[in-house]
Design a protein around this ligand. Structure first.
Ligand code: CA
Length: 230
């Protein structure tokens, strides 16, 4: 059974989230403060739903600390529709995804289900992919560039692995959102752009003799991982 942590100070929203997630068969813990959430962060949760507007601590800081404490948990932030910067800062602080308030329960349940179905164990027998000096080890979920390991977050890894499957081939935004995040994607795809930006930063190689594969943006379409010699 998957274990979920809900961090939400609003009683009405928290009650609705807790009861609808329980009805789906998840084991749910509900914390109303950032401090409470951080105390629970050792508890081996599979999934965290984190409201960014908390009464005691800055939600972004809570996000960063939860990510550090639980590297393998799926972390989804909840934010008010108007707070676009929160979304980007939250994704950069370690969130895998976001939902905007007011939360539509059907969307939430679809998203939680999609995240939890995607176990990291599915690629155990697949060989590593290499693109020039880049090596993506699907079984171990490790990435190296010119022999140096690069540390990626879960969704960054999935995204790079998908692009590296077809180097030199354009992959559409819809395909990436569907395969890396959720086939039933409703909202904006800002999540994708933030993860691409993070990957570009991590793939930028300082060594001239080891040019890294680049990720090209194809306006209005998607992204493409380029062979370094192209
Ligand atoms: Ca709140």
């Amino acid at each position: 059974m998957s274990r979920l942590l809900v961090v939400e100070d609003d009683e009405t929203i928290g009650t609705a989230l807790e009861s609808s997630l329980r009805l789906q068969g998840y084991e749910v813990s509900w914390e109303r403060t950032g401090r409470g959430a951080l105390r629970r962060a050792v508890g081996g949760f599979d999934f965290v739903l984190l409201d960014l507007g908390l009464p005691d601590l800055d939600g972004i800081e809570v996000c960063r600390r939860l990510r550090a404490a639980m590297p393998s948990a799926v972390l989804v932030i909840l934010t008010a529709r108007s707070e676009e910067m929160d979304v980007i800062v939250g994704l950069e602080a370690g969130a895998d995804d976001y939902l905007t308030k007011p939360v539509r329960l059907r969307e939430l349940l679809a998203r939680v289900g999609a995240h939890l179905r995607r176990g990291p164990a599915t690629a155990a027998n697949r060989p590593a992919i290499t693109v020039g000096p880049l090596r993506v080890d699907l079984a171990r979920r490790r990435v190296s560039l010119g022999g140096e390991e690069i540390f990626l977050r879960a969704k960054e890894f999935d995204l790079l692995a998908r692009l590296a499957e077809e180097p030199g081939i354009a992959v559409s935004r819809d395909t990436l959102m569907a395969e890396v995040w959720d086939a039933r994607w409703y909202g904006s795809t800002k999540t994708l752009d933030v993860h691409i930006a993070a990957l570009r930063r991590k793939l930028s190689s300082p060594a001239e003799e080891c040019p890294a594969p680049r990720i090209s943006t194809l306006r209005g379409h998607g992204y493409r991982l380029e062979h370094p010699q192209d």
